[in-house]
Every structure is written in C-alpha cells, then in structure tokens.
Design a protein around this ligand. Structure first.
Ligand code: GLN
Length: 472
C-alpha cells in the first residue's frame, strides 16, 4: 500500500501503527535473507515509535500524513543510537550520537523507522554490488542488480519491506535504482533538503530524497524533509510548498523539452521505445513537445567522475582509525596506523575513487583535470538554463538500460559509470529531477522516465509525473 492508503487505514483505526510495523517487520524477516536490502533492522525501536504514533492517532493530535508509516533509511544517513555503516567495513561498528536532520524530521512527523538500508559503499556505485554487506537483489528478478547506490532503498520499497524510503543522490543514486526497481524517486534541487547528518560523498552534489511507490507519496515525503536548516548553510531559505496538495490534473499548456543528446546510440531499444511512447502519451494529453539540445551532455560523465572523486578524497580523509570507525590492530607509527586502517577499511571502489580524486587535485594536474571539469560543469549548467528559457520541464530516460545482471559490469568500472549518463548532468547543474516507471523490458524489468525541472520547481515535475501516472 502507498503512504496515502496506509494513512487512511491508520486514521480510521482499521489498523494500528504497531500492527502495521509488525507486519512489515515480518515481511523483512521473510524476504531479507535473499534480497539483502536491510543492513540493520531496528525492531525494538520501531515498535516503540509505532506505539507513540498510535497515541497520536488515538488522540487525533499532531497527526501528519506520515504518522505511523513504516519507513526505511539509507545507511548513509546517521541515526542516533542506531548503527550507521555507509555499507563500509570502516564504519561497521559506528553508532552515531545524533540524528540527521531528515531523520529528526521524519521522527517528528511520527514516522516509524524500521531500519537502515543497504547501498554501495559510501554511495559510490550504480549497482549496489560495492557493499561490504553483500549485494542487494532486484525484487523483480533476483539475478539482476537493483541499481545503486540507493539499491537497498529501492528494493525495499519495491518488495513492500517498507512503505517508503530515503535515498541519496550524488550522480543518480535515487533515480537510477528507482527506475530499475519500478519505483518513484525524486532528487530535489541542491539546497532544498538539509544534508546535516548525511555522511558526505561529494558535498557540492549530494542531496537526500524519497523513493516511493507513487508520485503522491513522493510529494508527501519531500514536503516532510525539505526546508532551511541552520545546521546546513547550503540549504535554501525559500518556502516549502505543500507538494501533495498542489498535485492536480491537466497537462494543457505545459511545454516539455526532449533533448536529442539523451536518445543516442548505445541506449537500449526497449528503453528508447518506452520513453518515446510515454512522451507521445503526454502529448496526446495536452503537453507540447519541443525538441531541444543540451550540447555538453557527452562530457557529463567524465566531468562528474573528476569532481565527485575529488570531493570524496577530501571528505573521506576523516576516516583515520582514530576519531571513529575501524582501527587497524598491528600498527607501528601513526602513518602506518592511517595506512593500515584505510587499506583494511575501504573496499576497492572507494579506494579507486580516493586515488583518482587525490590525483586530479594534485599540483600539476589540478588545472588539467579539476579546474577544467569545473569549467565544463558551468557549460552543462548553462545548457540547462538555455533549454529552460524555452520549456517548463525536460523528459529523458533515467538510465540507458533496464537493470543488468549481477556481476555483468563489475570488471569494467567505465561501463558501470556509463549507467549514470543521464542522471549526472542534473546533479552537476543542481536541478531537481524525478524518475517514474514508464514500462518494462521483455524480461519484465522496469524502465524509468526522468523528468528534470527548473531550480526549485519540484512542484511542476511532481505534477507532470502525477499526470503521467494518471494516463499511463
Ligand atoms: N553511480 C554514481 C557513482 O557511482 C552516483 C552515485 C550516487 O549518486 N551516490 O558515483
């Protein structure tokens, strides 16, 4: 059931929050051994929160659309008293002393937190195969990946282990797994949601957002987690609209841009067909389709894979075996301790990114790589600005292919990085984008369509997505 449906059941007293939590926990018990989407299940905590939610529901005081709703949280978001691993050995025993702002917000709304979801280590990956806790399986077919890095979040929502989940998106990690698991996922405008308590990967790109069963749920969740936060100076002061209340029927007069650079050779035929059909449906229902060009798209992956590792190499310097996390046993000097701790604690993809990032920032290479990538980032941003002078939203595939087989791309990082070709430009430009299901492959694997919006125009892309849901 969706959040909306569950809310009705809870508000009318047909089911209690405790009963609901128990039933979801039972599903997790049954399905998690094979799906591996949860790293930590917090049963006791969840039942306590559910009992509190029941009090609120009974007294009809402080009831929000999320009161009593069972939610899963990506394990990159810190949770007070609950182990937060980032799917890394280096933090496998780390128990934070406070909550991420988004977690506080969900708890204050009365949500019930079932546990912490699996992911690629430190959110670096597109398949959830880079987790120190093992890969997550795609609930539609367990031989396939769920996408990444928020693979656990998408798999858990798709398999009814939770009603909705939080993910994070640095280069596509909400939208791409949502598309591969048949869910809705929205990456908000950079600065819409507080990153306080989000373990940093690439600070100029990271954003938190929901993965849900439908667009209305995404709107409800986004409203709950958005807003300015004194603890994150990059959050925006602008007001948060009631996204769910703003959902309304009708596409008349909406101008949708279709960028030719997003329908290139190399993308799966099935994906191109599904998205083209969806675009036709939108047109039939009143939207105006406009051909546009985003000429610097082809440089986005290269640009992203310089900027993101550069920022990661700085952010991950804090894991030294002294302040928190794993600490190597047999260390001689302090240098040895750092080296051994980090060698033992980080997996191969994270190590690769740190080395890449350190390299592009080193003197002599900084100008050739990092500075150039920053210039290209501006060109990509300008591409979008130019397009949005003509259209209200931009539609594209979310990923070039449906989910691929586990193991298919692990030997070739570049192939894996290409899975992010349509999502990374959006992070580089700081824009909001949503992925919604728009079909399935012949192997019955979901296909997603991405809708990109103007800065802070989440309401518009949610509306478009909602209307597509109605006509799909
Ligand atoms: N797949 C991309 C990467 O590996 C994006 C990850 C993300 O958005 N966290 O960096």
């Amino acid at each position: 059931m969706s959040i909306n449906e569950l809310h009705k059941e809870l508000a009318s007293g047909k089911v209690s929050a405790v009963e609901l939590a128990k039933s979801y926990l039972e599903t997790i018990r049954k399905t998690n051994p094979s799906l591996n989407s949860f790293i930590t299940v917090c049963e006791e905590n969840a039942l306590k929160q559910a009992a509190k939610a029941d009090e609120r529901l009974k007294s009809k005081k402080n009831v929000t659309p999320l009161t009593g709703i069972p939610i899963g949280i990506k394990d990159l978001l810190i949770t007070k008293g609950i182990r937060t691993t980032c799917a890394s050995k280096i933090l496998s025993n780390y128990v934070p002393q406070y909550n991420a702002t988004v977690v506080d917000k969900l708890e204050n709304a009365g949500a019930v937190i079932l546990g912490k979801l699996n992911m690629d280590e430190f959110a670096m990956g597109s398949s959830n195969e880079h987790s120190a806790f093992g890969p997550v399986k795609n609930p539609h077919n367990e031989k396939y990946v769920p996408g990444g890095s928020s693979g656990g979040s998408a798999a858990a929502v798709a398999s009814n282990q939770c009603a909705a989940a939080l993910g994070t998106d640095t280069g596509g990690s909400i939208r791409q797994p949502a598309s591969m698991c048949g869910c809705v996922g929205i990456k908000p405008t950079y600065g819409r949601v507080s990153r306080f308590g989000l373990v940093a990967f690439a600070s100029s790109l990271d954003q938190i957002g929901p993965i849900t069963k439908n667009v209305t749920d995404a709107a409800i969740m986004l409203k709950a987690i958005s807003g300015h936060d004194n603890l994150d100076s990059t959050t925006l002061k602008s007001e948060v609209p009631d996204y769910a209340a703003a959902l309304k029927e009708g596409l008349n007069g909406i101008k949708i841009g279709v960028p030719k650079e997003y329908f290139i050779k190399g993308i799966s035929k099935e994906v191109a067909e599904s998205v083209n059909q969806a675009i036709k449906k939108l047109e039939k229902n009143g939207a105006e389709i406009v051909d546009i060009s985003l000429p610097h798209t082809e440089y986005a992956v290269a640009c992203y894979y310089i900027i993101a590792p550069a920022e990661a190499s700085a952010n991950l310097a804090r894991y030294d075996g002294i302040r928190y996390g794993h600490r190597a046993k047999s260390a001689g000097s302090v240098d040895d301790l750092f080296r051994q701790t980090r060698t033992e604690g980080f997996g191969p993809e994270v190590t690769l990114r740190i080395m890449l990032g350190t390299y592009v920032l080193s003197s002599g290479y900084y100008d050739a790589y990092y500075r150039k990538a920053q210039c290209v980032r501006t060109l990509i941003k300008n591409d979008f600005a130019g397009a949005f002078a003509k259209v209200d939203a931009i539609v594209s595939p979310t990923a070039p292919t449906p989910a691929f087989k586990i193991g298919e791309k692990t030997d070739d990082p570049l192939q894996m990085y290409l899975a992010d070709i349509f999502t990374t430009p959006v992070n580089l430009a700081g824009l909001p984008a949503i992925s919604i299901p728009c079909g399935a492959s012949k192997d019955r694997l979901p296909i997603g369509m991405q809708i990109i919006g103007k800065h802070l125009d989440e309401a518009k892309i949610l509306n478009l997505a909602y209307n597509y849901e109605l006509i799909a």
